[in-house]
Design a protein around this ligand. Structure first.
Ligand SMILES: Cc1cc2nc3c(=O)[nH]c(=O)nc-3n(C[C@H](O)[C@H](O)[C@H](O)COP(=O)(O)OP(=O)(O)OC[C@H]3O[C@@H](n4cnc5c(N)ncnc54)[C@H](O)[C@@H]3O)c2cc1C
Length: 802
């Protein structure tokens, strides 16, 4: 063991070994992995080793696909067998909704290039798995690239391949302490102290403790999990080919062949957390006592699906633990304010996600950013609120128990809620608000009469007419929306203006003005779709998406300069947006100030009722609109004042469902849909806001190269879809004469225009107005065509005039 390395990876499970391999592969060979015991001595040794390319988050699915392709490569490179059985596999549906969901998922996988997937009939399922009872099965989705690996062999293969590229592996050496030093870290281990620039927490079941060594709380918990392996089953022994993997979505089980018997794993509805503060240090290659009673119902379902199990003897019970984050996806990346500390934790399916995690983390450390959009597994998608133990218990338990339960797009899940509530929450509830959740905050999705119950569906829901009414009110009179769910950052100090000028690609707004502000990374890709306010009193505000708070704060902190004071004021400042033709009339009743003189994209301080508010004239609805910001303690009073003033002007409270419809009718993009960290200004139309004639800003060289190049291959276009009972929602494939030309980024019904609309990222040569295309909506192909952007009020007259 040397006393100095560039990187120390803590943990020799599949994830740590993959990180080590990818660091070495990308050129950092002065790296070592430190393992408390022997390689695999956490969750990895007793995993079922199942691999499949499918995941509800298409970006994570793409990384899983990468892992599967990598497995043979590391086997060849290391010379270590990984025992790969690429049997193929199927997901089975036993209810009409589930079957429809599988058909729709099949199309979504096509969107991201997973083409070796197809739908199968129950009869085909029975032929592919002769021990399967297909009773009640309506259909399935088959994937070629499913199978399983030998888990120990796989971890060793990563480690051997890494060592061949110069990396070191040190076993039987626990990391005891982490000390931050000016140029990196001191890693105190049982065998001595190591200096390094970077540490990686890949400590699996012990990730919590290794986080706390650096003062970091990670929102994750181990949960216990069972699978069993049977003795030889004669029907299987008689088969000439190996059984495929089977996920029985209604039965909560996964299964595969294991030698001449079967392996059956269970995601039970009644999950059990294990050692929420991390596994004991002395825990080794051992198992938990099996608890068949706890999983009895799911086992019965498995016995029904595979009758041969009823008489098979159980050879081995495996009851072990592995870690989960609240949404089940990994926690990867750097932690705000702790330079040189990287996470590769909560990897729930290390054998199918470990490759993608290792690749992304190594790119991030070496190149400063990842190739893929990894927001879905970025540790910064959570904030401090998610460190609460009960929040972690509820959300990880919910994920585990719903692992094979389908979630409808209009379904609101209950775990960890309600947590954060804007002050007017209860009053809005009394007025009929129904709530969604964003980064722990309750946000109104629509208002409904007492007793209304929204039915979960993949198609248009019974809330359709309620949302339509809110849209109509906004277009014809005035809609009032709680905008506590926007983020707000205050920037001040002598260097604030110069700093903002470097951070944002737009020209800075003049005093009393707001501006749409694209923020870029050095590589010219998007880092934010923000709005910048120059209040004229030395304070600037940056406003954006609430759920990106930790993500943006990490970026801001990484680039902060002396003389700049930056504060996240999102919980201190809240507000309401008022939009629609009568919005000015409402405000005029509440202020003596020259509110009518406030120009489009103007901002200033006004007395609104009793409140001294900061008001910006802008809207996401495309109507005349105002965002009225107040302190949290004034939220209730502001709402009352606006409701009273708007009572005879047709004011109606609206939710974010209506906002979604209104913004689609204006072709306004939003983050995570039309704008992501892998898209460029040219692709998304964000280049409109770049101030090419100003001085330097982050990403300038790359953005200029894009502008002066041949143009992006794909761009965002607005589509009208011939849909009747369902609308696109995102990631549906877009076709031209049978050729896939892109995918939907957002979709929904434009209640005012009466059109089923979508924004889509499509090949540039298909983006001309009038181009005939088609889109699969909930699995059914629908005719579509490119229409001019902003089907409502294309000239923007409504929002610009008073
Ligand atoms: C029953 C069961 C079935 C599963 N089936 C599958 C499956 O089919 N497919 C799949 O992909 N996944 C499966 N998994 C999940 C899989 O096991 C995990 O996703 C994976 O093992 C996580 O790997 P890891 O490297 O993150 O963590 P771990 O395997 O827990 O490795 C962490 C390592 O860090 C070491 N360590 C911790 N602290 C320190 C320290 N202070 N100093 C030095 N070393 C330290 C530990 O000793 C350990 O070796 C299953 C898990 C279980 C329990």
């Amino acid at each position: 063991m040397k006393s100095q390395y560039r990187v120390v990876v803590i943990g020799g499970g599949v994830v740590g070994a993959s990180v080590l391999y990818h660091l070495a592969k990308l050129g950092w060979s002065d790296v070592c992995l430190i393992e408390r015991d022997v390689l695999t001595a956490g969750s990895s040794w007793h995993a079922a080793g199942g691999i499949h390319a499918l995941n509800a988050d298409p970006n994570i699915a793409a990384l899983q696909g990468y892992t599967i392709d990598l497995l043979s490569e590391i086997e060849a490179e290391s010379g270590q067998s990984i025992g790969l059985h690429m049997t193929g596999g199927m997901h089975l549906a036993g209810t009409p909704d589930r079957w429809e969901w599988l058909q729709s998922s099949y199309r979504r996988f096509q969107s991201i290039g997973i083409d070796d997937v197809h739908l199968i009939t129950p009869e085909e399922a029975g032929r592919l798995s002769p021990v399967l009872n297909t009773e009640g099965i309506l259909g399935g989705m088959w994937a070629n690239r499913e199978g399983y690996v030998d888990t120990t062999g796989t971890v060793h293969a990563y480690a051997i391949a890494a060592k061949k590229r110069g990396a070191s592996v040190i076993e039987h050496n626990r990391v005891l302490e982490l000390q931050q030093v000016p140029d990196g870290w001191q890693v105190v281990t049982e065998k001595g102290t190591i200096r390094c620039e970077h540490v990686v927490n890949a400590a699996g079941l012990w990730a919590k403790q290794v986080g706390r060594m650096a003062g970091i709380e990670l929102p994750l918990s181990p949960l216990a999990h069972h699978y069993l392996v049977t003795e030889t089953i004669p029907e299987i022994a008689a088969l000439e080919t190996e059984l495929p993997m089977v996920v029985d979505l209604e039965g909560f089980t996964y299964s595969r062949q294991d030698q001449k018997g079967m392996l059956v794993g269970i995601y039970e509805l009644n999950p059990k957390h294990w050692m929420m503060d991390g596994a004991p240090w002395e825990y080794g290659i051992e198992l938990l006592q099996e608890e068949p009673d706890r999983i009895e119902n799911e086992l019965m379902a498995a016995f029904h699906r595979f009758p041969a199990l009823q008489t098979a003897g159980v050879k081995t019970w495996v009851h072990g633990a592995f870690t989960f984050s609240p949404d089940g996806n990994p926690l990867v990346g750097p932690v705000r304010g702790v330079p040189g500390y990287w996470c590769a934790c909560a990897v729930m399916a290390g054998f199918l996600q470990g490759g993608g995690v290792g690749k992304s983390l190594a790119e991030w450390m070496i190149h400063g950013e990842t190739e893929a959009d990894v927001f879905g597994m970025d540790v910064a998608r959570y904030g401090d609120y998610a460190h609460n133990k009960d929040y972690i218990r509820q959300t990880t338990g919910q994920f585990y128990s719903r692992r094979f339960v389908m979630t409808y797009p209009n379904e609101q899940l209950p775990a960890g809620r309600p947590l954060k509530m804007s002050p007017a929450h209860d009053a809005m509830s009394a007025a009929g608000a129904r709530w969604g959740e964003s980064w722990g905050l309750e946000v109104p999705i629509y208002f409904a009469p007492e007793g209304f119950v929204e039915v979960p569906t993949l198609k248009r829901s019974n809330a359709f007419d309620l949302v339509a009414e809110e849209v109509r009110a906004t277009r014809t009179t005035v809609g009032l929306l709680d905008i506590a769910g926007f983020s707000r950052y205050k920037v001040s100090g002598p260097n604030a203006e110069a700093w903002l000028d470097r951070m944002m690609a737009c020209a800075l707004p003049r005093t009393g003005r707001a501006k749409l502000a694209p923020m870029l990374s050095e590589s010219g890709r998007l880092k934010g779709d923000l709005t910048l306010f120059n209040w004229g009193d030395g304070n600037w505000w940056i406003m954006g998406s609430y759920y990106l708070r930790e993500w943006h704060m990490r970026w801001f902190r990484d680039h902060i300069e002396p003389g700049v004071h930056l504060t996240d004021i999102s919980d201190a400042m809240v507000g309401f947006s008022l939009s629609g033709p009568n919005s000015l009339k409402v405000l005029e009743k509440l202020t003596d100030g020259p509110i009518a003189d406030l120009p489009f994209m103007g901002c200033g301080s006004f007395d609104i009722g009793l409140i001294r508010a900061r008001v910006g004239r802008l809207s996401v609805t495309g109507e005349l609109g105002y965002e009225i910001n107040c302190s949290a303690v004034e939220h209730i009073a502001l709402r009352r004042a606006l409701l009273d003033a708007g009572a005879d002007l047709g004011l109606r409270e609206i939710g974010f469902e209506a906002l979604g419809s209104l913004r689609l009718e204006k072709s306004f993009g939003i983050w995570s849909r039309e704008f992501t960290q892998i898209y460029t200004p040219g692709q998304t139309g964000m280049d409109r806001w770049i101030a090419w004639d100003k001085g330097d800003f982050i990403g300038r060289a790359a953005a200029t190269a894009e502008r002066d190049g041949n143009g992006p291959a794909q761009v965002i276009a607005t589509l009208e879809i011939d849909a009747t009972d369902a609308d696109a929602s995102g990631y549906e494939p877009v076709w031209q004469d049978g050729r896939r030309v892109g995918f939907v980024t957002s979709g929904g019904f434009g209640h005012w225009t009466g059109k089923s609309l979508a924004l889509a990222m499509i090949d540039r040569d298909c983006a001309a107005e009038g181009t005939a295309l088609s889109v699969h909506v909930v699995g059914a192909e629908r005719a579509a065509r490119v229409i001019a952007p902003s089907p409502h009020d294309p000239d923007g007259v409504a929002m610009r005039t008073t």
